[in-house]
Write a protein that binds this ligand. Structure first.
Ligand SMILES: [Zn+2]
Ligand SMILES: [Zn+2]
Length: 112
């Protein structure tokens, strides 16, 4: 008895849509380096909104691995659709190998 789906030629729409979207997940933002307020200079501005970081009493600034700094809330919006630094276009993803869990065998050996 096989219960193979009849619609084998249907691709994975969710997956395709996901890979077409060049944005980064929210979890990526949590991995960014937070810039300590004391290291922010008076004339450092966010390149996205051009507002000095220190205009905010509690600036939430992140630094990408290329060294560019942005308001977290500004870069968050950018990363919804891009995965590169808006200043230098360097890829910002930390290339981690995709872990495919393979420790769950399909077969059931309860009755062996
Ligand atoms: Zn900004
Ligand atoms: Zn950059």
């Amino acid at each position: 008895m096989n219960f193979l789906p009849a619609d084998e030629d249907v691709a994975w729409p969710a997956f395709v849509a996901d890979s077409a979207n060049r944005g980064l997940p929210q979890s990526f933002l949590d991995t960014l380096d937070r810039v300590n307020k004391t290291t922010i200079k008076k004339d450092d501005v966010c390149p996205i909104c051009t507002t000095p970081f220190l205009e905010d009493q509690y600036p939430l600034v992140v630094r990408l691995k290329c060294g560019h700094k942005f308001d977290l809330e500004c870069i968050e919006i950018w990363f919804k659709e891009h995965s590169t630094c808006p200043m230098c276009r360097q890829g910002v993803e930390k290339r981690k190998p995709i872990v495919v869990p393979d420790d769950e065998p399909e077969y059931d050996d309860t009755y062996s």
